[in-house]
Design a protein around this ligand. Structure first.
Ligand code: TXA
Ligand code: MG
Length: 343
């Protein structure tokens, strides 16, 4: 398949590209587009065949359901059974990096939801994503636009590496602002359950909907054969080929530990504040210690690049679990396959 790359700086200026991409989506084609979290690999969410193409292009198991992307929060009503809680959360956080799981309607085929009776709905804030969904005139089913198992793409170069020849169009809209995928909250049962932490924090959600449950798979390790609430949590994810171990302990002790591992030829992911204590070789700086937003913007790129060191092992801090640090903690635990050492 021939893949065309469109570079779009502002959706208004390049309307012709977006109209064409919208037409390709309506006709069952695949279009990669930027969102404020990560790039998405989009297809028409009302078309069972388009969903199958998405799974094939990503190399993704077809029991792992897709998120449908809508232009306006109220559009969810045509595809899902909404509720007063949906309306409250939508008013507070949409458009934005929040995905809500609701009971599905018949308009969404089971191939999109991996056979589940629920559907994940998200209204992205990125102007190109918004304009593309509007141009398509249909909801867009889109997982992250990486090959299955690789870190989610946060710039067009990552997508071009993974999906050239596998999709019709890649829209290059620059780097993604947030850098980790949306927060996923399941609200189709008695109480809200956090399935994946992201740019909207637990603290922000609880201010709107009261106490929420946190699914075991967010921080914990699944027992062999255990099926998580979110099928995606089952799969190995984000992992560099170089084995990654997370280090937990006092700041100075962890920095000294990272320096010692570097001296043995290992590579490290570190914070800006400790870069001066480490060798610049075999080192990727994620951002300032207390700025999880900055760290999130760099994490997936760092995980993609870490293998280039050719180091025998990679070490990084285990992040905290508060605020947006929880999203980093979740992604890094999965990238490390829960390998954590206490020092
Ligand atoms: O930020 C994001 O959410 C990005 C951008 C492109 O919007 N999308 C994304 O999609 O991260 P994906 O497919 O990589 O991750 C979606 C996650 C998967 O873990 C999947 O199992 C879960 O959402 N999911 C989707 N529908 C679900 C459902 N009905 N019930 C439970 N989990 C669901
Ligand atoms: Mg993904």
């Amino acid at each position: 398949m021939k893949t065309t790359v469109y570079t779009i700086t502002s959706p208004q200026a390049d309307d012709a590209y977006l109209l064409h991409a919208g037409e390709v989506l309506r006709e069952g084609g695949l279009v990669v587009f930027p969102t404020e979290t990560v790039y998405g690999l989009g297809g028409n969410a009302t078309d069972a065949e388009a969903a199958k193409k998405i799974y094939a292009a990503k190399g993704r198991p077809s029991d792992n359901p897709l998120i449908i992307h809508i232009a306006e929060p109220q559009d969810a009503r045509a595809y899902a059974v909404t509720s007063p809680l949906y309306d409250r959360l939508a008013a507070a956080f949409m458009p934005g990096p929040l995905t809500l799981i609701l009971p599905k309607r018949e308009s969404i085929p089971y191939s999109v939801t991996g056979g589940l009776d629920s559907v994940a709905v998200r209204c992205p804030a990125h102007p190109i994503a918004h304009a593309l969904i509007a141009a398509a005139g249909v909801p867009i089913a889109a997982p992250s636009a990486n090959l299955s198992g690789k870190p989610s793409p946060t710039c067009a170069a990552h997508v071009i590496d993974d999906l050239t020849g596998r999709v019709d169009i890649i829209i290059d809209g620059g780097s993604c602002d947030i850098g980790v995928e949306s927060t996923i909250l399941k609200i189709d049962g008695d109480r809200p359950i956090l399935l994946r932490p992201g740019g909207i924090t637990v603290e922000q959600l609880e201010a709107v909907c009261g106490p929420i449950e946190i699914a075991d798979a967010v921080i914990g390790q699944l027992a062999p054969g255990e099926r998580p609430l979110s099928p995606g949590m089952m799969y190995r994810h984000y992992a560099p080929t170089t084995p990654l171990t997370l280090v937990r302990g006092e700041r100075e002790a962890v920095t000294a530990y990272l320096a010692a591992r570097q001296a043995e030829g290992c590579a490290v992911l570190c914070y800006t504040e400790e870069a001066e204590y480490l060798s610049p070789q075999h080192c990727i700086v994620l951002g300032h210690r207390d700025d999880p937003h900055e760290q999130a913007q760099h994490l997936f790129d760092a995980l993609r690049n870490a293998d280039a060191f050719g180091a025998p092992h990679l070490y990084a801090h285990l992040p905290k679990e508060t605020g947006m640090h929880l999203a980093l903690c979740n992604r890094m635990l999965r990238a490390a396959a829960h390998s954590v050492i206490d020092i």
